[in-house]
Design a protein around this ligand. Structure first.
Ligand SMILES: [Zn+2]
Length: 402
């Protein structure tokens, strides 16, 4: 009767308040039953996940997986989608603006249907997307680098793929264009009826004035807009000179903005993450900003990034919410993603929580330790059991031992 029964695991779905021993029956690619003990006598396949945690398919809200849309730069070092996705225990990925309106065709024709992972993307407001991040170059120098009409038209035409508009607040446009940069991106997002995802942290100009524009951005943010790199220590971050959360951040929080960490090779600072938590300010989601280079370190994987937030003090259940229900809502797809419920497409992540003494590094190379770690064990995407890749470390998926 079932194509697959996932048996004996602890089901944790914080969005629905589920936490307990349950079996999950899958048929026709959909969840057919979530019950205490499913009769698996007729099941085509049964996997025993005793001692493991079964959660809704994980969503990584900030990845760069659109490869080959330009040379050189982040387009070349983008991670193959299934490597960041189903082979890492993650069932849905959002590309955070690797391409823009003028080269989005690369995604549509060469990437969108190349993976088992569910792929979604943001259109960069820079018309060619991020061309040369590896060379430290921005996508926007002048307003000529933005094609507002084409951005809005594409977002409308490919609404199944496009989930938002991305802007990076980095030099030199940060100052030559100033608030116009935010205004243009916000206009595109508003016209397309999509969220704006704004990158803070001036990883190109390293200009200390960047925070002025972050304040402007926070004032412009509406419900559902996403601030990405919330734990950055780069100029333009969200703590003032005294280490206090900017008042504008609280306003944006009250207005329903989404705060995404997007680890990256530059933008997760352990001290900042702790300072935010101490001031009772918490990221909404957890994401990696993964590229091939970042996979080698310090990011490694989504589960390792979750483990780092557990070192800050978040519980496993809290980190699970931040990669399931919370990003599903940020994508406006909470009716389809981020929950284990009968009738939904069967996207499941089976993970393991490990006790020990684990050694991590933030983006600045600062070492820290934690007592909990998560690793992926199995991925079920649309009912199909998909094998994991070996893992980002020589020994596999778990973080380094301290
Ligand atoms: Zn990014």
């Amino acid at each position: 009767m079932y194509d697959l029964v996932v048996k004996g695991g602890r089901v944790v779905d914080p969005g629905q308040g589920l936490d307990g021993a349950m079996d999950i029956g899958v048929s026709g690619g959909r969840i057919a039953a979530v019950e205490a003990a499913i009769d698996d006598a007729d099941a085509a396949r049964v996997i025993d996940v005793g001692g493991r945690v079964v959660i809704p398919g994980m969503i990584d809200l900030h990845v760069h997986f659109i490869q080959g849309a330009g040379t050189p730069g982040v387009n070349e070092i983008a991670v193959p989608p299934d490597l960041a996705g189903v082979q890492s225990g993650v069932t849905t990925l959002l590309d955070a603006g690797t391409t823009g309106a003028w080269n989005y065709g690369v995604y549509l024709h060469h990437v969108a249907n190349s993976a088992k992972t569910r792929l979604l993307s943001m259109l960069n407001i820079g018309k060619f997307g991020i061309p040369g991040q590896a060379l430290g170059k921005p996508e926007i120098y002048t307003p000529e680098d933005v094609d507002l009409d084409a951005t809005i038209r594409l977002a409308d035409q490919y609404s199944e793929h496009v989930r938002g508009v991305k802007v990076r607040l980095v030099g030199p446009a940060l100052f030559s264009m100033g608030a116009d940069l935010i205004r243009l991106a916000k206009e595109a997002a508003r016209e397309a009826k999509l969220p704006l995802m704004a990158h803070v942290g001036d990883i190109i100009g390293f200009d200390e004035r960047a925070q002025d524009l972050t304040r402007t951005l926070l004032q412009e943010m509406e419900e559902g807009d996403i601030l990405t790199h919330v734990c950055t220590s780069m100029p333009g971050g969200i703590l003032d000179a005294n280490g206090k959360v900017l008042p504008e951040l609280r306003e944006a929080e009250a207005n329903g903005a989404v705060f995404d960490p997007a680890h990256g090779r530059s933008n997760f600072n352990f001290d900042i993450a702790n300072r935010l938590a101490q001031q009772d300010f918490h990221p909404t989601t957890i994401s990696t900003d993964l590229t091939l280079n970042g996979r080698k370190g310090p990011i490694h994987s989504l589960t390792e990034t979750m483990s780092k937030f557990m070192a800050v003090g978040y519980t496993m259940e809290q980190t699970v919410r931040m990669v399931t229900e919370a990003p599903a809502k940020a994508l406006g797809m909470q009716d389809r993603l981020g929950a284990i419920a009968v009738g939904r497409e069967a996207d499941l992540s089976i993970i393991e929580e490990l006790n020990g003494k684990w050694r991590f590094q933030d983006s600045q190379g600062n070492p820290f330790t934690g007592e909990k770690a998560l690793r992926p064990v199995h991925t079920v995407r649309a009912g199909e059991l998909i094998p994991l890749e070996w893992g980002p470390h020589p020994w596999g998926w778990q973080p380094a031992e301290a």
